[in-house]
Design a protein around this ligand. Sequence first.
Ligand code: CMC
Length: 379
Amino acid sequence: MSAEPGQVISGLEGVLACESSITYLDGASDPSVLEYRGYNIHDIAETASFEEIAYLLLEGQRPNAGELEAFDHELRRLRHVPVELTRLLEMIPTYAHPMATLRTAASFLACLDPEQEATGRAANEKKARRMVAQFPTAVAAMARVSQGLDVLRPDPELGHAANYLYMLNGKRPDDASTRALDTALNLYAEHELNASTFAVRVVVGTLSDIASAVVAGIAALKGPLHGGAIDEAMRMIMDVGSVDNIRPWVDRALAEKRLLMGFGHRVYKTGDARAPHLRNMCRALAESSGEPRWYDIATGVEDYVREQKRIPANVDYYAAPVLHYLGFPLNLFTNFVASSRVVGWSAHALEQYDNNRLIRPRTRYVGLREQEYAPAERS
Ligand code: CMC
């Protein structure tokens, strides 16, 4: 879509704001298409490790065995967060929004970096890898502190996803749980020019530092129409409560014209390419946990909403029960998303630095003009 002179494109819908070689997204075709660096999400979501996907997105190509091993090794080395972070988390009041806490933690970690103002590709790549490695440690620490539990040090013997679950739950996870978390991490790692990624590119466009840009991404992700929807999706599934309540609950919500969290998408009009993989993971966890209730309610609501309103489920819808099964506290689901999306934010930041032009759109002014100004005491 191209704007006529003077025309405002509401919500910048359909506007092409930059060129990118990170993600191909076609939400209008049926089925919709999502590719990371040319690889279809259906071929990688449930089989690749998060380390492979993070490397692919950050470096622009698949790692060979040696590159993957070196990258994995570096992430394990960078996982540790300084003890000052735990002290900071303990100082933040429990009523603070968890994404506000993560925003503060990310900013604090960046301030501890003695090379925080170093620029250039190598410095930015190093900062990106550190954030990718440290954010799960910070999120798991937040979960532990909020439950009055001791913060756990990362386990160097475990890969990224398994260690994340270990730091969260205090025990080494089984293979099904690790696979489910790798899949969720892969699916959230990147998603073209969504609101938070756009915020990242706007900050990078001013030649500010990459950590400041990622903090802006966290701030944008917090909103309920973006990353914040995932917590609300789980609250909705819990509020429905039983399979018998699906139809009355959905009928009431639609009659009251309530927004159904975890449904609809600005770009995907034929269905979110990520949702079926999370549905698969949700089913696997429902079986392995012996607690099918959340999966049964989620599938029942999805089917009934599609029948009644033709609105498909988005990525957040099945990710919510997946994270619940994996032990993430309900109010930390959006934080989990940030701990994965930091990869995409970083990839876009690196791309923006490489080909930067200040992002500075205009408004169509609709206010008063040429008013006569009188100082307050004379008016
Ligand atoms: N529940 C009820 N009605 C909906 C929903 C929903 N979740 N989504 C869209 N609609 C309705 C919308 O009200 C509109 O109805 P009408 O034409 O009668 O006014 C119609 O469907 C078309 O919607 P749209 O204009 O194509 O949607 P949009 O592009 O303005 O909004 C959205 C996209 C994601 C903001 C919206 O679908 C929404 O608010 N969904 C719930 C929040 C959510 O799940 N967000 C996560 C998005 S995916 C992950 C992410 O981005 O982080």
